[in-house]
Design a protein around this ligand. Structure first.
Ligand code: IMP
Length: 179
């Protein structure tokens, strides 16, 4: 198994780029079908979703608007549980169908915050796409409409996900080694 050292920790490959791309194509087909009669806004949550959104959007067979926003709730390998505010969203969502695109839903706190904030902007519908989902860590019960992979409750990096600022540019996803 190919290992990588990032800062002080060892990581091993968990999902290859080929697996990620093939799953994104499947999810994109599903989204294209579900929104074929709609004008969709795909809303990437920065920084983590920049790779997912870039690849997913290219597999969509739909005319979509791509928008981005930023929130922050994490540092290091453990959730701080702190949420700041939404930055950078300056479009009108009134009456629009919005697909939030995330790299990972862990406890679900960031997404809950985002959902509550975006609902205030009176969209027609909000759906969620996340590449990774840690079901064991999830503390809420709102639905996740499109999930790439359910993964165990272990820290991962790569393909947009970072460990203290590093690892986002890796094409594969790596999991923290326990030994
Ligand atoms: P949540 O609010 O606990 O769901 O965490 C969501 C955010 O925490 C994600 O958008 C990521 O930025 C970050 N995060 C959660 N788990 C991981 C992980 O395993 N690796 C890297 N970042 C993570």
């Amino acid at each position: 198994m190919q290992r990588k050292k990032i800062h002080d920790r060892e990581f091993e490959v968990y999902l290859t780029s080929t697996q990620i791309q093939s799953r994104l194509k499947e999810v994109a087909d599903q989204i294209s079908n579900d929104f074929r009669d709609d004008q969709l806004i795909i809303l990437g949550v920065l920084n983590g979703s920049f790779m997912v959104l870039a690849d997913l959007s290219r597999y969509l067979n739909l005319p979509v608007s791509c928008e981005f926003l930023k929130i922050s709730s994490y540092s290091g390998t453990q959730s701080t549980g702190k949420i700041t505010s939404i930055i950078g969203l300056n479009i009108d969502l009134t009456g629009k169908s919005v697909l939030i695109v995330e790299d990972i839903v862990d406890t679900g706190l960031s997404m809950k915050f985002l959902l509550d904030e975006l609902q205030k902007l009176n969209p027609k519908k909000i759906s969620i796409m996340t590449l990774l989902f840690k079901r064991e860590a999830f503390r809420y019960n709102y639905p996740l409409d499109y999930v790439g992979f359910e993964i165990p409750n272990k820290f991962v990096v790569g393909y947009g996900l970072d460990y203290d600022g590093l690892g986002r540019n890796l094409p594969d996803i790596y999991q923290l080694c326990t030994s």
